[in-house]
Design a protein. Structure first.
Lengths: 506, 327
């Protein structure tokens, strides 16, 4: 292993490969900020370039740099304008955007940068130390367990079910699950609930829905309620202020540690990935936090921002385990990377480490370098990026609208997508006036297909719901989900009762 | 200031990158097409997209076509692009639309009202055979082992794939069982979201066998992860020595093709130009580079051959889907 490590170090530290990492990170970060272009499309764009380089190590280092850069860039639009362009950064906007609204955009971006860096680096260390051993973990989960894992992920909605909103949050979750059934799924060769509209055949697009639920209502709100954007006056200095207080650093450190490891392990599972990791990270950290901090989740908690950011980056690194050790792509992005590897005559699989150690190790070393490069590049840029918000609202709002509409359009080149976006966006704004939380809708929408697919596969295999008690791990995960959902509301209701008791006693 | 410099640099890098990938270097062959426009019924990065852009790269790179442009038009499982090409046939004489086996399956199931007869058939260009594979530690070593296991316990012999029930991977599994004299309807087919997840399910033991593309199977067989029990080609292939279905007594052959269609009513000379350009493309080093990079197999059926090929496939798939209850 030491020998391989040295080969990897010498390969990755060559001038040209360092330039690859830096170039890849830069391209990834900036294109990743556009909501419509996630890591998958950026990597697809970059593949011909990477292949023309010819040297497999350099090519994969470039693509890996683009990958981390894109994930990193994706969180920027979530935090600044509430426009998560990738599913794995939806959870980032839950607390990242409220922080921006409080005028703490600089701080939010810094927390995100540091959490991402820590998640990516811890992930790379785990990958280096345990990749071969973890290959078997990747195969531990069957459809039944994936179903249970998605249920655990759904418990993230508890965070939006605070103070008397339980029924509203549940209603929105169900609405999200219903919307997820529209179109052709994995399980049916007939489209469902498309009402004869051809553009709904492949279902609602994630980006369209994310923009309609988060970014568009926000922009409309700014128009309808001018006082809401008052923050841009007089708070200019604070927006750019990156500093994290000592207490905040202390409180997020354990969160980052836990979520880097948990996120990595979830990323290792081929059927899960960074999105699930970020929701689970958010749910777990919210539900184990002390009561007073729990109430801050969703309203601008640094913990709530650090958890998904470290989890999704660690999970992205984790997804390299099945790719490099088994040759199995766990996500769309790693599937594209696998295609690039094969085109470069590299066969990922158990023999990669033996046959082509320089590739295996240089990829891992480039992950460290990539993370360091991202941190160095981004920390000094944060004040400038955050300055975007100081732009007068007459310019800011059209800018957000342009960003949002373009994001929904460029993925599919389909103008009907824009009509759907505006229609849903207006409905979402109305729902917001009624105080309905929109995040649970998006969580339901993202987890819905995975819940349904895994549930019905498990049903098919066990001829019914027998898998729930026949598979101990499924039962365990479901029990965990119940505990995560009910424990906090039990604690909350007990506290409420106690408070009432005091009041009545008066 | 810094931030603007950075974005400009990145933008430049991206432009340089795209220029690199689409530049036409040498005019080696004689130009057949002045320009060609590719209509892609799906989004960027998919199989159709790769086929169209790879073909365009080879055509312009070799000088057979002067310039190529691309348009992604997803929606309706490909139906939107088909409808567009038919409605705007007059203004699309330079357009070739990429498609593949699903155009047959989806017009049978009625996902879109049109079928391949409503278009002008240019040519199929590439394809992939189907394969049935098991994990490397599986006790099953041949198709007859799998068929025996299936006959003994159809419910316990789940077969997975990366397409929907009634989709290609399912149809191949059912076709093979029917060919072996077993009941195609009782196949317990588990659908996964893509070949990668199906492969993970095979290795984790959730499914007993996997129906997948031959190209994908070769990668994992080379890595020592799976055994290829049977391929749906007529003869053993050079790329990987795996037994065919036919030599194991299962009379099944199937190929998942990709090819090109043009607008209805296309003038004869224009069609001949398209077909000539594609036929000559196979001999160019530019095409060979693209083909090898993507692991495609050349499957060239032009004009009337293409029509016969599609009609046969439509017949075989239609019969089977009726039997399975999907039609």
């Amino acid at each position: 292993m030491l020998e391989g490590l040295l080969i990897g170090l010498s390969t990755a530290f060559s001038i040209s490969n360092l330039l690859m990492v830096i170039g890849g990170c830069l391209i990834g970060t900036f294109i990743g900020m556009l909501p419509g272009l996630g890591p998958m499309s950026i990597i697809a764009i970059m593949i011909p370039v990477a292949i023309s380089i010819g040297d497999p190590s350099a090519a994969i280092i470039l693509l890996a740099g683009v990958y981390y850069g894109a994930i990193f860039g994706g969180s920027t639009s979530s935090i600044l304008i509430n426009a998560p362009g990738v599913a794995s950064t939806v959870a980032t906007s839950f607390d990242g955007y409220p922080l921006t609204r409080q005028g703490k955009a600089g701080k939010a971006l810094t927390v995100a940068a540091i959490s991402s860096f820590a998640g990516g680096t811890i992930g790379a260390i785990l990958l280096m130390g345990f990749a071969p051993a973890l290959a078997s973990v990747a195969l531990l989960f069957h459809s039944a367990e994936y179903f249970a894992l998605m249920v655990v992920g759904l418990s993230a909605i508890a965070a939006f079910a605070g103070t008397g909103q339980v029924s509203k949050a549940l209603l929105m979750t169900v609405l999200g699950l219903v919307m997820a059934t529209v179109g052709e799924g994995v399980l049916f060769n007939m489209p469902r609930f498309t009402m004869g509209i051809m553009d709904l055949q492949s279902g609602f697009g994630f980006i369209t829905l994310a923009m309609a639920m988060f970014a568009l209502p926000e922009a409309l709100y700014l128009v309808l309620d001018p006082t809401r954007s008052g923050r841009s006056s007089g708070q200019g200095n604070e927006i750019k202020d990156l500093r994290i207080t000592k207490e905040e650093a202390k409180s997020i450190a354990p969160v980052i540690g836990r979520q880097s490891i948990q996120g990595f392990l979830i990323g290792v599972l081929p059927g899960a990935g960074a999105t699930i990791a970020s929701f689970l990270g958010y749910a777990v950290e919210r539900n184990i936090a002390p009561r007073e901090e729990q109430e801050k989740f969703g309203k601008g908690s640094v913990k709530g921002l650090a958890a998904p950011e470290s989890a999704n980056n660690a999970a992205c690194t984790g997804s390299f385990v099945p790719l490099l050790t088994l040759g199995i792509p766990g996500s769309g992005t790693t599937a594209i990377l696998l295609g690039a590897l094969i085109a470069l005559n590299v066969s990922p699989g158990p023999r990669l480490m033996v046959d082509q150690p320089q590739i295996f190790w240089s990829v891992i070393i480039s992950m460290y370098i990539g993370n360091v490069v991202l941190l160095i590049l981004n920390l000094p840029l944060i004040p400038y990026i955050a300055k975007v918000l100081a732009v007068p609202r007459t310019f800011l709002i059209p800018f957000i609208l342009f960003f949002t509409l373009m994001g929904a359009y460029i993925g599919q080149n389909n103008a009907t997508e824009l009509l759907i976006l505006v229609g849903l966006g207006v409905s979402a704004t109305i729902l917001r006036f009624g105080d309905y939380p929109l995040a649970p809708l998006l969580i339901g929408f993202i987890l819905g297909p995975m819940l349904e697919d895994n549930f019905s596969r498990a049903m098919q295999l066990y001829d019914g719901i027998g898998f729930i008690w026949e598979r101990p791990m499924t039962l365990g995960l479901l029990a965990l989900a119940l505990a995560l959902i009910f424990l906090p509301s039990y604690r909350a209701s007990r506290a409420r009762l106690k408070a009432q008791g005091v009041a009545e006693g008066d | 200031m810094t931030v603007f410099n950075m974005t400009r640099k990145t933008a430049l890098a991206v432009f340089a990158a795209s220029a690199l990938s689409f530049a036409a270097p040498l005019q080696a062959a004689e130009q057949v097409l002045e320009k060609v426009h590719f209509l892609i019924p799906g989004g960027a990065g998919g199989g159709w997209d790769g086929t169209a852009r790879g073909t365009g790269e080879a055509l312009t790179g070799s000088g057979l076509a002067g310039q190529a442009s691309y348009e992604n038009m997803s929606g309706g499982g490909g139906g939107k692009a088909i409808g567009y090409l038919i409605e705007n046939a007059e203004s699309n004489h330079d357009t070739m639309m990429v498609n593949s086996t699903p155009i047959i399956i989806r017009s049978l199931t009625g996902v879109f009202p049109q079928n391949f007869r409503d278009l002008t058939l240019v040519s199929s260009t590439i394809g992939d055979y189907a394969a049935v594979v098991v994990g490397k530690d599986s006790p099953l070593n041949s198709m007859s082992d799998l068929v025996e296991a299936y006959k003994a316990d159809p419910n316990g012999t789940a077969i997975g794939g990366g397409s929907v029930p009634g989709g290609m991977d399912h149809l191949v599994a059912a076709m093979v069982m029917e060919g072996a004299g077993a009941d195609p309807v009782a196949v317990k087919y588990l659908a996964y979201d893509g070949g990668g997840k199906a492969m993970a399910a095979l290795l984790s033991g959730e499914i007993k066998a996997l129906s997948t593309g031959f190209g994908e199977a070769i990668e994992l067989a080379n890595a020592g992860e799976v055994k290829i029990l049977g391929v749906t080609a007529d003869e053993r292939q050079d790329v990987y020595d795996a037994p065919t279905m036919k030599e194991q007594g299962i009379p099944v052959s199937f190929v998942n093709w990709r090819g090109f269609f043009a607008a209805p009513g296309l003038p004869e000379d224009k069609l001949a130009q398209f077909q000539k350009a594609i036929a000559e493309m196979y001999d160019t080093p530019e095409w060979e580079a693209v083909r090898a990079r993507n692991g495609w197999a050349n499957i060239h059926n032009s004009g009337d051959d293409f029509k016969v090929f599609l009609e046969n496939q439509e017949q075989a798939i239609g019969d089977l889907m009726k039997k399975l209850g999907f039609l």
